[in-house]
Design a protein around this ligand. Sequence first.
Ligand SMILES: [Zn+2]
Length: 421
Amino acid sequence: MKNLIALSIVFSVLFLACSPKVSKYLITDITDLEIRKQTSKNYHCNKNENHIPDSLSRMKYIRVNIHFMDDSTGTKNFSMEKGKNYMKQLLVNANKRLGDNKKMNLPLGNNTAVLPINYRYKISSANGDPKDDGFYKHLDNDLFYFLNKGKNRNNYNRDVVKKYNIGGDSIINIFVLPHHPDSVKSKSYKPHKTGIALGTSLKVAGLVEDPDKPWEFATLLNHEIGHILGLSHSWVRNDRCEDTPQHPNCWDKNSAPPCDGTHSNNMMDYNNSQMAVTPDQLAIINKGFNKLLSKNRELLKVDWCERESDIDIIIQDSVHWKGYRDVQRDIRVLPGAVFEVSCRIGMAAGTKIIVEPGGFLKLNSAYLHNSCGIRWEGIEVLTKGKVSGTVEAYGNFRMENVLDDVVSTLERPVFGSSKTN
Ligand SMILES: [Zn+2]
C-alpha cells in the first residue's frame, strides 16, 4: 500500500511537470486582430426572428408613471390615495397576466410555442427625488376629461400628454382621465373602459366610473402597452408575425357568424382573453429592448451595466448569436466549440470572453462593448502547449470600452428610486 501511494505521488509530480502551462493573450481592441473581409452580407441583426427570447434573455422592467387628471374641484377623478391604490392593484394584475402567457387558440391545431413573457411594469420616479413616487394629480378644466364622441371628442388629442408628461422619453406616462361628466349624463354615451396609445404615453378612461375592479382593466393596459412596444393588431394580415393568423377578430366563441366556435386569445386582438403573446410578437418587442437607442430600450430600467453572476455562460458545440444581447457574465468558449457572433453584445463591467485552447470565436461584423461606458475585460485567448484558442474577426467588427480611452455615459442608470408593482 505504501508503495502504491509513493508511486502515485511520483506520477502526480511527473504529470504536473509535463503538463504544459496555460498562457493567456488578451484582446482589448480591434488593433489586436487582423480584420478579414466579410464574404457575405450580414443581415442577422435586423431580422425579427433572431430576437426571439431564449433561456439567456433576462427579465426587463418597463418604467411607467401615472397621472390623474381632474377639474379644479378635484372631484371628477380618484383622490390621490384611492387612485394610487387602484393603479397599484391594476399593475400587479397586469404583471401577473404577463407572467401567465397562454397557448394560442389560432390557427386551430397550432404548435406555436408558449414562451415566458420577459417584461414587467415598474412604477418609477423621473429623477430619484424621494418625494416623487411616480404618481401625479393635475387639475385642469380644459384637459381633464376623455371624450370619444361628438364635436369635442379628444381621444386622439395629445395636448394633455404634451403638457403634463414627465420623463416621456424614458417612462410610459399613463394618463387616467374621467369621461366628460356632461357626456356621462347622456344615455347614449357609454363610459367604456378604453385606452389609446400615443407615442410612449397612454390615455385611459372609464376607471373611476367603475372603481371597484381594477383587474378588469389589466388586459386593456397590456394591449395598449403592446402597441407602444411596437406590436400591431394581430387580426390584420401584415402584423410582421407569421404565428398570428389573419382572422375576423371575434370577441368570444358565442359571437355571431363568421365567428362561431373560434376566436383568438391574442393580447393584440379584441377578445375576452387577450392572454396569449406569440414568439414572433416577443421577437419584435425584444429586438426593441436590445437595440441601442430604440424607443423600447429607452423605456427600460437600466440594469445590464454590472456583472450579475460568477457562473459563466458556457459555449459548447456550435453556437451562433445572430441578435442583439446584453450579457452580465463571462462567456467561456470550450475546446472544440465554435462561437459565432453576428450582432451586438453588451458586456457588463468586469466580464470577459474566454476562448479556451481549441475553442473558436468568429466575429462577423460584431460589436462588442459596454453600453454604459464602463470597462469590460476583453477577450482572453488561452494556449496550452501547442493548442490555442482561435479568434477571427470579419467585416465591420468593432470593440469598445475595454481600454480606458472610450468613455460614454449613454446608458448609465440614473434613476435612483423605483418601486416594484
Ligand atoms: Zn389596439
